[in-house]
Design a protein around this ligand. Structure first.
Ligand code: C2E
Ligand code: MG
Ligand code: MG
Ligand code: MG
Length: 287
């Protein structure tokens, strides 16, 4: 009896596995075609100055508009693209496209997400240089967003890449701060220009005094280290007011606007009171 159940269990499991595998293969095949057929698009979410609410930058966020599946979000297809070796080509396109769009929005910084694997790849720096050269975007207006995962492997290489980016005049933000490899040691070891407080902390701000304490401490660290601080996922005015009171200077979230195609940016930026060109300068020499 136990044996029969085992067999049934196995058959059931294996049918599900086959289904999942087929589905994955189909998605892979579609993704290979997506770039060539123009199904990948960038949307742009405004980053605002928390005290004025005006737009100081944009974050490029990838969207895949599949003719049958509809819109596929990056959390679903980026890991897949990475596994099948497509992400470096997609990433090069993202960099160039985001830089090209940024040239049409003077004074605004453009943030581009780079996965751990992309960041460690041999051709990453060349892709950054090429995108800047081909579009003519001043390097100080490009910001690379990486997550804590980047810091887990090959420390020497990571340090060298961060140095090279800074030497180019490109800034680097630590994304999803507080969710990954949560050692504060790396803030000392690696140089960032900005920290983005993960939206999971912002989400619980209004009803959890502990969350307020943690966010206060995070903002304190950014001040102590002289870094810019951005709070992600700000959805309501109460969260914004709390963050402002704690000294956070930048924010991003549905309260200010979702990621939209470039064609909708002008209206979104105007409704926030227009752009606010802040001093976008490369880090001081010798720092
Ligand atoms: P992320 O870089 O942390 O981006 C923030 C995510 O939070 C975005 O999701 C954004 O749409 C969403 N978001 C923004 N404001 C709010 C809010 O107020 N509330 C809530 N609930 N969510 C908000 P999205 O676009 O689905 O992107 C997910 C992740 O995919 C990104 O997280 C980033 O890690 C990755 N990603 C997106 N585009 C690219 C890309 O071009 N290259 C790479 N390597 N990764 C990308
Ligand atoms: Mg990001
Ligand atoms: Mg994030
Ligand atoms: Mg994220």
């Amino acid at each position: 009896r136990a044996k029969a159940e085992g067999r049934n269990g196995f058959r059931f499991f294996s049918a599900e596995m086959n289904q999942a595998l087929r589905e994955r293969r189909a998605l892979e095949q579609d993704l290979r075609e997506a770039m060539a057929t123009g199904q990948l698009h960038l949307h742009y979410q405004p980053q605002v100055n928390l005290s004025t609410g005006r737009v100081i930058g944009l974050e490029a966020l990838l969207r895949w508009d599949h003719p049958v599946r509809g819109r596929v979000m990056p959390d679903r297809f980026i890991p897949l693209a990475e596994e099948i070796g497509l992400l470096s080509r997609i990433g090069e396109w993202v960099l160039r496209e985001a830089c090209a769009v940024a040239t049409r929005w003077p004074g605004l910084r453009m943030a581009v997400n780079i996965s751990a694997h992309q960041f460690q790849a041999a051709d990453f720096l060349r892709a950054v240089r090429t995108a800047l050269e081909e579009t003519g975007l001043p390097p100080a207006r490009l910001e690379i967003e990486i997550t804590e995962g980047v810091l887990l492997t090959d420390t020497e290489r990571t340090l060298a890449t961060l140095e090279a980016l800074h030497a180019l005049g490109v800034s680097v933000a630590m994304d999803d701060f507080g969710t990954g490899y949560s050692s504060l040691g790396y803030l000392h070891k690696f140089r960032f220009d900005k920290i983005k407080i993960d939206r999971s902390f912002v989400a619980t701000l209004t009803d959890d005094p502990q969350a307020v304490a943690i966010v206060r401490a995070m903002i304190g660290i950014t001040h102590a280290l002289g870094l810019r601080c951005n709070a992600e996922g700000v959805e309501n005015a109460v969260q914004a007011a709390l963050l402002r009171a704690e000294g956070c200077t930048e924010a991003q979230g549905y309260l200010y606007g979702r990621a939209v195609p470039e064609t909708e940016l002008a209206a979104l930026i105007e409704s926030a009171g227009g752009p606010q060109a802040e001093a976008v300068a490369p880090p001081a020499a010798g720092e």
